[in-house]
Design a binder for this molecule. Structure first.
Ligand code: SF4
Length: 308
């Protein structure tokens, strides 16, 4: 994972939930998720490193904290509504971290040199603050989500499969649907707002295609700023997004066929785990994995079969 520092909008932080653990391993390019699509848009070579070479990235404390906070906000709704209090949520942070550590022991390296646990304590406190901040944005005792950490997937007519995890889905009694995403990073500056909304529209497109209902609202909750961004998508822009994703997928397939993934340097390079192997910074590319072409072809055939 790219080690973004604190303060970088989480709209740019890819959380580990984007690739399901049970994803078939032979499917190197199984489909498009918002993060993978954003990778290619940001830097085609970054997409290659992450999705084709699948080179492991060092964990970052900011992204790991985001995962802990998301876990707490997911589990919070297991409690009876009257017990969903800031103190109860804050008390869930440390156990959530230990649970994550059990699942991903390599995360221990984040605090390997923290012999007196002072950095860990501070980090846990910062996660508790984010969890408490959530309560300033909404009251979780007043509703029951329709879905949490919900895996969603659809196959477009073009054969392109879209997938992702939605933090929370709400459904009003009149059937209106709201897609909610928690961000533990700061609210985006204007330049990043479109990027944050791209992810949400991506989810809206999947929900529309799978349920026939366009979500009435997309809501991004920025916990560190105690701020939120809401948006109501319409059919016209979701259709435009569908076309855009088709074009993006074609570009990815072309890059695979030609083994040509260009670097696209930006300020994000400073936090890119792959800088040392990036030709834009004097690095040498690893050999293009032979399985990428075969896996893509297999996956494409499967998708075509599904489309039939
Ligand atoms: S260092 Fe920059 S240009 Fe190179 S792969 Fe990473 S994001 Fe792309």
């Amino acid at each position: 994972m790219v080690a973004y520092p604190d303060g970088v909008p989480e709209s740019e932080v890819v959380r580990s939930v984007e690739v399901p653990a049970d994803e078939p391993t032979q499917s190197v390019i199984p489909s498009l998720s918002p993060s993978r699509a954003a990778d290619f848009k940001t830097c085609p070579l970054l997409y290659r490193f992450r999705s084709i070479d699948r080179i492991p990235e060092a964990p970052s404390s900011a992204a790991t904290r985001g995962t802990v906070v998301h876990g707490v906000l997911e589990d919070l709704f297991d409690l009876p509504s009257a017990e969903r209090t800031p103190d109860a949520a804050a008390a869930m942070v440390a156990p959530q971290w230990r649970k994550l550590l059990d699942q991903e022991p390599e995360l221990a390296e984040l605090f390997a040199d923290d012999t007196d646990h002072s950095r860990l304590d501070e980090w846990l406190k910062s996660a508790e603050s984010l969890v408490r901040a959530y309560f300033q944005l909404e009251d979780p005792t007043r509703f029951e989500p329709a879905g949490r950490e919900q895996y969603v997937e659809t196959t477009l007519e073009s054969g392109l499969r879209l997938r992702g995890y939605i933090d929370r889905l709400d459904e009003a009694p009149d059937g209106r649907v709201r897609v909610v995403d928690y961000k533990s990073g700061a609210a985006p500056r204007e330049a990043f707002e479109a990027k944050a909304l791209f992810q949400m529209k991506f989810y809206a497109l999947i929900v529309w295609k799978t349920t026939g209902t366009i979500p009435a609202q997309l809501k991004l909750m920025y916990l560190s700023d105690i701020d939120e961004l809401t948006y109501s998508p319409d059919e016209r822009e979701l259709l435009a997004l569908e076309r855009q994703l088709g074009a993006l997928w074609s570009a990815i397939e072309k890059s695979i066929a030609t083994k040509d993934f260009r670097p696209s340097p930006s300020r994000l390079c400073d936090w890119c785990d792959h800088k040392s192997r990036c030709p834009a910074f004097g690095g040498t590319l690893p050999e293009f994995p032979a399985h990428a072409l075969a896996a893509s072809a297999v996956d494409r055939r499967t998708e075509n079969a599904n489309a039939d």
